[in-house]
Write a protein that binds this ligand. Structure first.
Ligand code: S6P
Ligand code: ZN
Length: 186
C-alpha cells in the first residue's frame, strides 16, 4: 500500500532531509575502474581514501508508484585531472527523472548508448533525464555541488550498464574551467 503523506524539510546548505532515510557515502575506494587514470585513483584510495559523494535519501521507499527523493553532494576534487563524479547508472525500467540544482556548480552527463548530452547545473536549474538515458553527475567547481533528485520508485538502478557502455565523455579540469574529452576506458 502507498505510504502516508509526508512533510520533508530540505536544508539546501547542509544537504539534509528531515525526516531522513538511509545515508550513502561513496569514497574513492568505491569507484574502482571509473576514472580514466585508475592508478591515480588507486593511490588515493590506498591513501586517505577521500569521500567523493554522499546521497541522503528521504524516507519514501523505492517501490512501485511511490516517488522517492534524494540529495546528492559531490565534494570538490579530481583524480588525474578528471573531476569528482558519481558512478552513473541506467534505470532498468526506463522512466524519467528530475534533478534540481541546490548548491555549487556541476554538470549532468547523459548517454543513451549513441548520443551524449551535457547539462550545466547550478542552484535553481532543473535537469531533466528522459527515459533510457544513463546519467552521471560531476562537480566542476571548487565547493560542494549539490542537487535534489526525484525519480519513480520502480525505476531500479543498473550500474553495470555504465561500466559496459561508458558515458560518451569524460570531464577534466581545464584551468579555471573544464573540458569534455572523448570517453576512454579506464
Ligand atoms: C537516483 C538518482 C540519484 C543518484 C545519486 C548517486 O536515480 O539518479 O539519486 O543515485 O546522484 O549517483 P549514483 O550513480 O552513484 O547512483
Ligand atoms: Zn537516476
Amino acid at each position: 500500500p502507498p505510504i502516508n503523506p509526508l512533510r520533508i524539510a530540505l536544508a539546501a546548505a547542509q544537504g539534509t532531509l528531515t525526516p531522513e532515510g538511509p545515508l550513502l557515502t561513496r569514497r574513492l575506494s568505491d569507484l574502482e575502474g571509473l576514472f580514466a587514470d585508475e592508478p591515480a585513483r588507486k593511490r588515493a584510495a590506498d591513501g586517505d581514501d577521500p569521500v567523493v559523494y554522499t546521497v541522503a535519501a528521504s524516507p519514501v521507499p523505492e517501490v512501485a508508484r511511490e516517488l522517492p527523493q534524494s540529495v546528492t553532494t559531490i565534494l570538490p576534487g579530481a583524480v588525474g585531472g578528471e573531476f569528482h563524479m558519481t558512478k552513473g547508472h541506467q534505470h532498468p525500467d526506463p522512466q524519467g527523472e528530475i534533478y534540481l540544482g541546490l548548491a555549487g556548480r556541476g554538470g549532468l552527463l547523459l548517454h543513451d548508448g549513441t548520443r551524449t548530452e551535457w547539462i550545466e547545473m547550478e542552484p535553481g536549474v532543473i535537469g531533466y533525464i528522459p527515459p533510457g538515458w544513463a546519467h552521471r553527475s560531476v562537480n566542476i567547481g571548487d565547493e560542494p555541488y549539490r542537487f535534489l533528485a526525484v525519480y519513480p520508485g520502480s525505476a531500479g538502478h543498473d550500474y553495470g550498464w555504465v561500466v559496459k557502455h561508458g558515458m560518451g565523455r569524460r570531464v577534466f579540469r581545464d584551468g579555471a574551467s573544464y573540458t569534455l574529452a572523448p570517453f576512454s576506458a579506464a
